[in-house]
Design a protein around this ligand. Structure first.
Ligand code: FAD
Length: 451
């Protein structure tokens, strides 16, 4: 079913990135009647889901001049969300049943890439993408427009400047590593790296490896490495240790508090006084927002991993609606949230949906920041959505005049999370929410009503 649109304004919009966020933005903007160019520095669409066996020259990712490898996927990665809940609302992520496809409920990463390609084909999005074209500069121009400088490298670099009415930033935020600070690390003789550059366990054969972190990547990678390493140790904050303890019950992985310091003989000392002589420290400590191409004359900044000020994590009040961001919040169901965010941007850009005044948006942002501060939330968690996700999606849906998140999707996310906490080692292969799967499949048959 196509939407009923009383289009007021059609703009010429640049989108940076052809990952899931850029693709759904391209779709929503185009169906609203805008003209769209998607700039993508890789040779294919899919962003994070394009697995690259190569890694960066600097294993910690701290050298700003290094050649960037975009994806942080490791070879064994399977989704940590069930496919029904993870997929776009307008294009369900159901098994195709074809023999070369992965029909598991928590499929391997290749299946997600194939799904994103199917999505782009279904909605004719690929022709909107300029591949191997990196945006090296996007800055404010006259009359609220944006100058975009893109670069193609074909032996020699060729830069092209173009002017767009609006810019939508979808460049992803799992590429620029964040590392832990470790006293004594400069004199420590071992090897350090970030999980961004982890692919396969083989290089860790017979080594003593220490991972820092407790998120899904730390869990997966420690189990991967434990197949070949001499010893695997995981350092995490104590409040995060319980899930890890259950997980590592099966895998001979030793759990520790955080690292207190390291010494030049190779010893790693933990806060409880325990010590390990280690070969490798692997930082599974997350990522930083990184917008090296963006010039807003200081209006939008990245400070302590907070991109701001942004109204609803999307529009900087002073530059709204001609600049927007899709995909900044984390601890979310990414693809459906991208759908809501980009629908809102598309409608606002055509003047079909009204934004509050600049002052009102700024007041809203200030009040939000104050509420985070009052609740003791560190600034770097500004975009952490977690339990607020469905309220956020619901607000966006109401602005767009579309149905809110389906009940089964909420219940399925909570059921999966409970299952993960109770059975972190097996949650991808054993579950008890088959009734929700059935409900999802039945509702997906009427998906057009959500679109
Ligand atoms: P990306 O997929 O990162 O795409 C950004 C695109 O922008 C890239 O193609 C990049 O090349 C391009 N780009 C960047 N800068 C420029 C530039 N200057 N010029 C031109 N192009 C540029 N999500 C789930 O739903 N389920 C999961 O199980 C799951 N597992 C994950 C596991 C790992 C290890 C990681 C890192 C993430 C995982 N995610 C998962 C989250 C995942 O990142 C999102 O699902 C989603 O792919 C993010 O899409 P995106 O478009 O925002 O960013």
């Amino acid at each position: 079913m196509s939407p009923t649109i009383s289009k007021i304004k059609s703009l010429n919009v640049a989108i940076i990135g052809a990952g899931a966020a850029g693709l759904v933005s391209a779709r929503e903007l185009r169906r609203e009647g805008h003209q769209v160019v998607v700039f993508e520095r890789q040779a294919q669409l899919g962003g994070t889901w394009v697995y690259n066996p190569g890694v960066e020259a600097d294993p910690l990712g701290s050298d700003p001049s290094r050649a960037i490898v975009h994806s942080s996927l490791y070879a064994s990665l399977r989704t940590n969300l069930p496919r029904e809940a993870m997929g776009f609302r307008a294009y369900p992520f159901v098994s195709t049943g074809q023999p070369h496809r992965d029909s598991r409920r928590f499929p391997g990463h290749q299946e997600v890439l194939l799904y994103l390609n199917d999505y782009a084909t279904e909605f004719g999005l690929t022709e909107l993408v300029r591949f191997e074209t990196e945006v090296v500069y996007a800055g404010l121009f006259e009359d609220g427009k944006w100058k975009v400088r893109s670069r193609q490298e074909n032996g020699v670099a060729v830069d092209v400047d173009e002017i767009f009415d609006a810019l939508v930033v979808c460049n992803g935020h799992y590429t620029e590593p964040r590392t832990a600070e470790i006293p004594g690390i400069d004199a420590w003789p071992g090897k350090q790296m970030h999980s961004h550059n982890y692919r396969i366990p083989e290089p860790y054969r017979d080594l003593v490896v220490i991972l820092i972190g407790s998120g899904p990547s730390a869990l997966d990678i420690s189990i991967d490495i434990a197949q070949v390493a001499k010893e695997v140790h995981v350092a995490s904050r104590s409040d995060e240790a319980e899930v890890l303890r259950k997980q590592f019950g099966y895998h001979h992985i030793q759990l520790h508090p955080m690292i207190e310091s390291v010494q030049k003989d190779g010893t790693v000392i933990f806060y409880d006084g325990s010590m390990v002589l280690a070969d490798v420290i692997l930082h599974c400590t997350g990522y930083k927002y990184h917008l090296p191409f963006l010039d807003t004359h200081g209006i939008v900044t990245v400070d302590d991993n907070c991109v701001g000020p942004l109204y609803k994590h999307i529009f900087p009040p002073v530059l709204a609606p001609r600049l927007s961001f899709v995909g900044l919040p984390w601890m979310v169901l990414p693809f459906p949230m991208f759908e809501f965010q980009s629908k809102w941007i598309a409608g606002v850009l055509s003047d079909r949906i009204r934004l509050p005044s600049q002052e009102e948006m700024m007041e809203n942002v200030s009040a939000f920041y104050l509420s985070l501060e009052a609740s003791g939330m560190p600034k770097r968690h500004t975009h952490k959505m977690g339990a607020h996700l469905f309220e956020y999606n619901g607000w966006l849906a109401a602005e767009c005049g579309v149905p809110v998140t389906e009940e089964w999707r909420k219940k399925m996310l909570y059921a999966t999370f409970q299952n993960y906490l109770a059975h972190p080692g097996t949650y991808r292969d054993a579950w008890e929410d088959d009734d929700l799967v059935l409900e999802a499949l039945m509702e997906m048959a009427t998906v057009a009503t959500l679109d």
